[in-house]
Design a protein around this ligand. Sequence first.
Ligand code: SAH
Length: 392
Amino acid sequence: MADFILKPGREKSLKRKHPWVFDGAIAERRGRYKAGDTVNLLDSDRQFLAKGTVSPESSILVRVWSFDPNEPVDHALIKRRLDMAIAARESFDPKAGRRLVHGESDGMPSLVVDQYDQVIVVQFGAMAAERWRETVVAHLAKRLNPTAIYERSDSDGRRYEGLEPETGLLHGGLPDSVIIEENGVKMLVDVAGGHKTGAYLDQRDNRLFVQQHARAKRVLNTFCYTDGFGLHAAKGGATEVVSVDSSASALEIARHNVSLNPDLNIGSFNWCEADVFGFLREQVDGGERYDMVILDPPKFVKSVKHVDRAARAYKDIAMLGAKLLNPGGMLVNFSCSSAMSLDLFRKVTASAFSDANVDGCLIKTLHAPRDHWVSMAFPEGDYLKGFVTVSR
Ligand code: SAH
C-alpha cells in the first residue's frame, strides 16, 4: 500500500477526523498506486493518521475510510458501515422515502443511498464509493431485498474525478411508478429522470412545517419541482397555492401528484412554468400579496470563490419575496449551498428584509431531517439551511 506523507501542519484536519485530504496538503507520495486504491496517510513524522481511497485526478486527492491503523478497508468494512447506516434509519418509514446512507457523515465517502418504498437509488459520487460499487449493491440487495436498485451517478462531482456519469438498473426491475407517502401526501418519484435520486427527501420535515402553518393561507411556492411544498400547504388547508418552476416535466408530475391525493382540491392549485427571478418581479410590480412565500432555489454557490455573487442572488429573491408578504405573512427561504454558512445566510436574509423595507421577525431555523444527519467533523455536509421570517 502506498504511503502519502502530509506537509508539516497539514495533519490538523485529519486529527479532527475530517475525511478529505486535498492534493496541496501532500508533501510526498511513496510507492505505487492507481485510482481507487487505498493509501495510508502519514504525518510529517511518519505517524499514521488515516487511510482512504485515492483519486489522482481530483483536488480531493484522498477520501478517508478509516482513522484506525488496524481496520482494513475491505468488503467487510463496507458491509459493516452499510449495516450501521441502515440501523440508524430503522425508525424511518421506507414508504415515506428515507435516506439510508448520507456519504461522509455515515463514514461512507461520496456514497448516497435513498430508499423509496421497495426501490433503492444509489449514487457513487466519487472514486471512493465507485471503487466499492459491487459490494454496496450486493449487500443492499441481500439486506433489504428491494424490487429494484437503480443507479443515479450523474452528479457534477464525478467529472472532477475523471468518472463518466452512470445511470441505470443494477438489480431487479423498476415498477411502473414509484410513489411515496410523506406526511400524509402521496408523491410520484421519477427515479430515472428526476433530479438527484428522484426526490428532495431533505425537505421532508420542512414540508411538514409548511403543512402545519398553511391553514387559510394564500401560498406562493417558488422553485417548486414536483410541488412537494405546495401539496403540503394544500393538505394543511391553504386556500390557494401558486407554484413556479422552469421545468415543464417537474410541473407535469406536480399536476399528477394532485390526482394522487383526492382529498386535495385541484381548483386551489395554479402552476406556472417560468423563471422565478422574472416571475417574482412581475408579481411585485403587479401588487400581488401572499400569506406565505417559499423560496427553495437550486445550489447558487458552486464553490467558496463564488459566494459573493450567490449571496446577491439569494438576497434578490428574498427581498422580492419579502415585498410580496401580507402583514403577518411568512417567508420561508432556503439555501442548499454548503459554501453558504448559516451565519452568512442569516445576514443575507436580514438585509433582504431591510432592502424590502419590511420588518421581519425570525421565528425558526430549518435544517435537513435526521436521516440526513451531519457529522460534526464534516461541516461541508451541512448544506441545507432555511429561515422562517414573519413580517410585522
Ligand atoms: N422545493 C422542491 C425542490 C426544489 S429544487 C421540493 O421540495 O421538492 C430546485 C428547483 O428549481 C428545480 O425543480 C429546478 O427546475 C428549479 N429551477 C432552477 N432554476 C430556476 C429558475 N431560475 N426559475 C425557476 N425554476 C428554477
